[in-house]
Structure formats: C-alpha cells, structure tokens
Design a protein around this ligand. Structure first.
Ligand code: F6R
Length: 241
C-alpha cells in the first residue's frame, strides 16, 4: 500500500516526516531506523533534534543504519555521509554513537558490505526506512537499472549523480566515483518506508514513481512492491513548479 501526502512546502514535509519518525520511536523505543543524507532530510533532522532537546523524544535505545556512503572517503572528510550524520543528527540527540551505523568508505568493500547486512539482521531488521529520491529516481545510491534484489554493495556513480553532488565539493573532479549503498533488496526488507521528495527538480522522478508500474529506469518504483510506503511530497515536487 502506498500513501501519498502532498504538503505545502519543504518545512511542512520536514515537520510531518519528523512526526512519523517520532511516532515510530514512541511506539518502539528500541526501534531500528534507516536514514538518508542529502538536502531533503535536513529539516527533519533539525526538528528531531529540537524535540530531543525539549525532552519530548528519547534516542537512547534507537539504532540507526544509513543508506550509503561515498567510496573511498574518510569518515572525518566534511563531505562524508558519516560526517553529515554526526553533524545534523547524531551529536544533537541522545543516541549512543555505537548505535549508529554508516557503510564503511574505506578498506575491504566486499567484507564491509557483508558485515553491514549482518549487522542489520542482528539488530532485528529495519523498522522504518526514511528515503530521499534522486532526480533520476535513485534511492540510496541505487542508480537506474541496478538489480531490484541487490544487497549492500559497491556502485559506480552516474555522471548525473556526480554532477548533482558536485555542488558540495570544490569541483566535480573531487566527487568520489564510487559509493557503498544498501541495495534495493535491503531497502525493501524494511517494515515501513517513508520517502521524502521536495523541490521541482524531483517532479519527473516522483511522477515516474506515481505512474504505478515498476520500471527499473526509476529505481524508486520498486517501492511499488512494498506493502507499507508513505510518500511526502511538497507542491513543487508534485506540480513541477
Ligand atoms: C543519500 C541518498 C540519496 C538522496 C538523493 C536526494 O543518502 O540516499 O538517494 O536521498 O540523492 O538527495 P537530496 O536530498 O540532496 O536531493
């Protein structure tokens, strides 16, 4: 089942997303969250940090697994997704750092991918997976035509994604050419999925998804196979203006 909510703007999407995550934590204080990086979820992380500071939310028993990380990249690199998560969420809430997991950006990739899958399974699987969506419909770093049943693996980034992400680096040449990502199969194993889409540049990807047919040129469309998906869209992403 896919529920689509069209909200006024980015702020409304952030607030609603934070409310859904907070409800998950209230319902199961030791829940396992799957988390994205990127521009889209920043407002949600701000809201969650505020709720935690106000004593309304307790992350002390929560475990998190991030979707992806560049490869190669050091965790202390300001553009690494580990650095992003520490900055936007983990250091602002009362989650023990050892409960937070981000795929390794260094060392033996295959071994780390296996260990990541094992760690997710050992934690009991992901209760709520939050996702953003790329302009080309990617989720995590699963680019068009990746295998729909893939587990955590290394990917080669497309030019489209390198160009989109180069805004955060000094130059496009500095963007790593590879990444480690949960696979579409890993994502589909989550019990619930929450996808956030904001901004007119997501219009095409959102409408390919809402077209209601699994089409691997839009990786997010595999979510149609999942039974519990909520999509929060702002008007710009839904209307394209
Ligand atoms: C990042 C991730 C990506 C982003 C997507 C949208 O962890 O999973 O799939 O969600 O690239 O990025 P933004 O939010 O920057 O538009």
């Amino acid at each position: 089942m896919m529920e689509v909510q069209i909200l006024q703007d980015r702020a409304a999407v952030a607030a609603q997303a934070a409310q859904i995550v907070a409800a998950q934590i209230a319902q199961k204080p030791d829940c396992v969250l799957g988390l994205p990086t990127g521009e889209t979820p920043i407002g949600m992380y701000d809201d969650l940090a505020e709720q935690c500071a106000a004593g309304k939310l307790d992350f002390s028993r929560v475990t998190t697994f991030n979707l992806d990380e560049y490869y190669p990249i050091a965790p202390e690199h300001p553009q690494s997704y580990r650095y992003f998560m520490n900055k936007h969420l983990f250091t602002r809430v009362n989650i023990p750092m050892e409960h937070t997991h981000v795929p390794g950006g260094q060392g033996d990739v295959d071994e780390q991918c296996r260990a990541y899958e094992q760690a997710i399974a050992a934690a009991g699987g992901i209760d709520l997976q939050v996702l953003g969506i790329g302009r080309n419909g990617h989720i995590g770093f699963n680019e068009p035509n990746d295998a729909p049943d893939a587990r955590t693996h290394r990917v080669t980034l497309t030019e489209n994604t390198i160009e989109a992400n180069s805004r955060f680096f000094d130059s496009p040449d500095d963007v790593p050419r590879h990444a480690v990502t949960m696979g579409l199969g890993t994502i589909l194993d989550a019990r619930k999925i929450l996808l956030l889409a904001t901004g007119a540049e997501k219009f095409d990807a959102v409408h390919k998804l809402l077209a209601g047919k699994v089409d691997l040129s839009c990786p997010a469309s595999v979510l149609l196979r999942h039974e519990n998906v909520t999509i929060l869209c702002d008007r710009a992403a839904f209307e394209g203006v």
